[in-house]
Design a protein around this ligand. Structure first.
Ligand SMILES: NC(=O)c1ccc[n+]([C@@H]2O[C@H](COP(=O)([O-])OP(=O)(O)OC[C@H]3O[C@@H](n4cnc5c(N)ncnc54)[C@H](OP(=O)(O)O)[C@@H]3O)[C@@H](O)[C@H]2O)c1
Length: 264
């Protein structure tokens, strides 16, 4: 579990939060950090997170529409102060467009886009009740840059970004029209400045690959706790680029660096 500084311990006491795709990788880093800060954390994924007595687990497979809809609706019927969506279908390997079968494209859309849509749709009413609730989307530089050999992943991550940006703009517009309206939900996206060492990435790398330059999922912990504690105050609609040391900046201050194009 992520070791948090004393300042963060207990900051989320009394909060109930959900991490879809929190069994491994970046989602797990965020789930561990939220639990370490005192929240009750429910992780949703196909497989039970390992070594995780501090996390509740709900089996949800986003590629099974009826089951996913039903489970998410049940979770959304209770208190939800913050939710994170980190599930991803990467595909088997980087490959040219013509070599990718339609099933892979479909799975990328099912998990990365429709899974996000369903999660947001199911949890939005309870997040609104939290006044304000936080929805945290895990994004990627590829949503800004596109990338050779990753057309399906890039297209689905760009669609996911556009979905969250659009809903964030709707919320901002509602607030502009009704000045006294309290903030109900804030939407923030986070993305790594570089590659992150996660099981999903390891499945696509050769044996003996050197991960020493890769970030760790725990790098997201400090920002995730800060955002959940403040319900994303001051960051609604933003995409925050997180570095290996846990510091962050807006993606709109300087474009995130491509992880697939060769630098000129
Ligand atoms: N790692 C990087 O370098 C990197 C870089 C940029 C952006 N990102 C973004 O970071 C996020 C997380 O990626 P990661 O590398 O941490 O991936 P990961 O380790 O593979 O974790 C992916 C998560 O998605 C869940 N998942 C996969 N298929 C699912 C399904 N059908 N239904 C429900 N849950 C499902 C997995 O759980 P189960 O397998 O148990 O279902 C797991 O919890 C993604 O949005 C990715 O685009 C990662």
């Amino acid at each position: 579990m992520t070791l948090l500084s004393e300042q963060l311990t207990g900051r989320l006491a009394g909060r109930r939060v959900i991490v879809v795709g929190g069994s491994t990788g970046i989602g797990r880093g965020i789930a561990d950090a939220w639990a370490g800060a005192g929240a009750e954390v429910v992780v949703c994924s196909r497989r039970r997170p390992s070594d995780a007595p501090h996390l509740h687990w709900e089996r949800i497979d986003l590629t099974e529409p009826d089951h996913a809809r039903e489970r998410l609706a049940e979770l959304g019927a209770g208190q939800v102060d913050a939710a994170c969506f980190s599930s991803v279908h990467y595909g088997t390997k980087r490959a040219a467009f013509g070599e990718v079968p339609e099933e892979e494209w479909q799975a990328q859309l099912d998990v990365n886009v429709t899974g996000l849509w369903r999660t947001l749709h199911a949890l939005m009413p309870s997040l609104r009740k939290a006044r304000p609730g936080l929805f945290l989307g895990v994004s990627s530089e590829v949503a800004f840059n596109a990338g050779p050999g990753r057309s399906g992943y890039a297209a689905s991550k760009a669609a996911a970004k556009a979905l969250l940006d659009s809903v964030a703009q709707e919320i901002a517009q509602e607030k502009d029209q009704e000045k006294d309206r309290e903030d109900e939900v804030r939407i923030v996206q986070v993305l790594p400045a570089g590659m992150v060492d996660t099981p999903g990435i390891r499945r696509r790398r050769p044996e003996g690959f050197d991960y020493s330059s890769y970030m760790k999922p725990s790098s997201f912990g400090r920002l995730a706790v800060e955002l959940a504690a403040t319900a994303g105050d001051g960051h609604h609609g933003d995409s925050l680029v997180v570095d290996g040391d846990g510091t962050w900046r807006s993606a709109y201050e300087a474009a995130p660096v491509s992880q697939s194009r060769t630098p000129a």
